[in-house]
Design a protein around this ligand. Sequence first.
Ligand code: AMP
Length: 280
Amino acid sequence: MKIARTIEEFRALRRELPGPVGLFPTLGALHEGHLALIERARGENASVVTSLFVNPTQFGPNEDFSLYPRDEERDCRLFREAGVNLVFVPSLEEMYPAGFDVTVRVGGVTERLEGERRPGHFDGVATIVAKIFTVTQPDRAYFGEKDGQQLLVIRKLVRDLNLPVEIVACPTVRDPDGLALSSRNAYLSPEEREQALSLSRGLRLATKAFADGERGADALRRIARREIEAQSLSDIDYVALADAETLAEVEGEVTRPALLLVAVRFGKTRLIDNARLTVD
Ligand code: AMP
């Protein structure tokens, strides 16, 4: 496995890789969820490249940019063990040199939920992903359904800019007890972690009710919310049931594919999770 720290270095090494090339971009602090995406990329491509970069522009001023867990040595060891061919580990200056002044802004699907609560977050995501695509030139790029809204933003970015890359969505990987794996889970105290299981429980209960025939959007939101609200340490940011394509909130009955999305704080840690409701 080779490690490139500059765009020039990366491009030279990238040219030698047999295609198709699969990309897995990450902030790092790797867990099994990340590794599942890499494994998928390995199975579907001749070469796998990753980018490892804690992108400051997608963090708000009061968010955890400086605290975000960083361990390049461990992440690179795991990349190597997972069979990654080439890693792009740029510095801040490499990605945002003096005078850098472009923002890629995706409309529509960015307006609500995470976009509303985290102003500028998706501008940061879209801009860095566009840059990373330009540098790495992948045939396919792998993203997790765990970040459901982000996936819609990336799809829109690729569609509207005609970027020549196929976006591959990968299912959310969970701990055996249901908690969606996240680098931020490391911040949780044992008690917070226990209570955080209510996210996946709430989503599961609502999904089950949906499978059993419940179509009322209010009722489905209520089922998930009740489970999470019952936890003494939970502070709900939103429980939303939104159209799976436009992310518009569903009123009345669910008649098209929808996403049930939750964002909840436990102490200082903000967790997100979602489940897909598919109409037959
Ligand atoms: P991150 O570096 O944690 O922002 O995530 C990098 C990629 O991994 C994103 O596409 C995430 O959606 C994906 N990812 C993170 N956690 C999970 C998980 N538990 N299951 C599947 N994909 C995940």
